[in-house]
Design a protein around this ligand. Structure first.
Ligand code: SF4
Length: 246
């Protein structure tokens, strides 16, 4: 039997890896699928850091071409057509089949945290038997992040503005997270605009990137206005002049 950890690079699979190593659990392979420039630029450094710190070798499968072809064909992924995760899954499955053969029994480690236990009851697209080491060890989302930090993994600070460490361009991210990119990552935003120009499909919920861009300008204008009013109020309070602010 072979036990395989499909590594996403995020806090949950990193915490799962740390936990399994600490408990001398069987790990025959750690597989990571590289989606090229869809992933945050610090991901490669993170993978290297994990290998060096934990003394493991991560098998990297390169999906850059398939992702690029997929985008030409289907445009942005969506909840109903998450073709990119399909590509990753097939790539991992083919690699496992080639390396270990069809007759080897395979167990896949899945990095759900204990506060996501209900996810374990949902149908999985894994072709293998599965184990949930974080659920079994009662490790929550918060514990997982702390465990990673204890080992010096900070994911380039991504968890300070994003709930997941996955593709920066993902249309399934929250609007606030997309707003963060618009505001703080102009190069990535320009890449998103260019991607939108290459496809007829919308970015998220029937809205294009240009729709979000327009909304974000307005949101930013309101935020600046609010900050200006608050600064004026504070200034007036300090001077003992409770003036009405227009
Ligand atoms: S994070 Fe989003 S864009 Fe990246 S593979 Fe997953 S669903 Fe696709």
């Amino acid at each position: 039997m072979k036990k395989i950890l499909c590594y996403s690079g995020g806090k949950d699979s990193t915490a799962m890896l740390i936990h399994l190593l600490k408990n001398n659990a069987q790990i025959d392979d750690i597989i990571y699928v590289d989606v090229g420039d869809w992933m945050w630029v610090n991901a490669k450094d993170h993978i290297r850091q994990v290998e060096e710190t934990l003394g493991v070798k991560i098998t990297i499968l390169n999906a850059t071409d398939e992702i690029s072809k997929g985008f030409q064909r289907w445009g942005f992924p969506s909840i109903l057509n998450r073709w990119c995760t399909g590509i990753k899954r097939v790539m991992m499955r083919d690699y496992i089949k080639d390396k270990y053969g069809e007759r080897e029994s395979i167990v896949q480690y899945i990095g759900y945290c204990s506060d996501e236990e209900k996810r374990t009851g949902k149908p999985l697209y894994s072709a293998y038997d599965v184990e949930y080491p974080l659920v079994e060890a009662n490790i929550t989302n918060e514990d997982a992040l702390k465990l990673c930090k204890d080992y010096g993994f900070d994911f380039g600070g991504n968890y300070e503005h994003h709930s997941h460490y996955n593709c920066w361009m993902c249309p399934l991210q929250k609007v606030d997270e997309l707003y963060y990119i618009w505001k703080n990552e102009p190069q990535l935003w320009e890449q998103l605009r260019q991607m939108q120009l290459q496809t007829d499909g919308e970015y998220q919920y029937k809205r294009t990137i240009f729709h979000f861009e327009q909304k974000f300008w307005e949101r930013n204008r309101k935020e600046l206005e609010m900050r200006r009013l608050q600064a004026r109020k504070k200034y007036n309070r300090k001077r003992g002049r409770p003036k009405k602010v227009k």
